[in-house]
Design a protein around this ligand. Structure first.
Ligand SMILES: C[C@H](O)[C@H](O)[C@H]1CNC2=NC(N)=NC(=O)C2=N1
Length: 97
């Protein structure tokens, strides 16, 4: 359970993110884009950010709706790496169509 955040810490971090919910087992955000290509373009940019961070979200793609889930699989819970990835995803989504 190395560096997995407590429930209180996750709650505090969620307050500074946009539209995320969850707990120490994982944090999730669902967004709707204007089209399927726009959603896939967001996924492509998130993929680049994930590679930069070497930290990858679980991604569910359903037409224009994307659901991102962040958890540090090797730690078995939410760590600071997930918070940073979520912050990067918020930036990408905020700039999207
Ligand atoms: C070797 C590489 O650093 C690890 O496999 C990384 C890759 N991306 C990852 N992403 C996530 N979400 N959890 C991990 O434990 C993880 N581990």
């Amino acid at each position: 359970m190395a560096n997995v955040l407590t429930a209180d810490a996750v709650r505090d971090e969620l307050g500074a993110l946009t539209g995320w919910s969850g707990d120490p087992t994982g944090i999730t955000r669902t967004v709707e884009l204007v089209s399927f290509p726009a959603a896939v373009a967001v996924v492509d940019r998130v993929a680049a950010a994930a590679e930069e961070l070497d930290h990858h979200p679980d991604i569910d793609i359903r037409w224009r709706t994307l659901t991102f889930r962040c958890v540090t699989h090797s730690a078995g819970g939410v760590t600071r790496r997930d918070i940073e990835l979520a912050r990067r995803i918020d930036g990408i989504v905020g700039e999207a169509a």
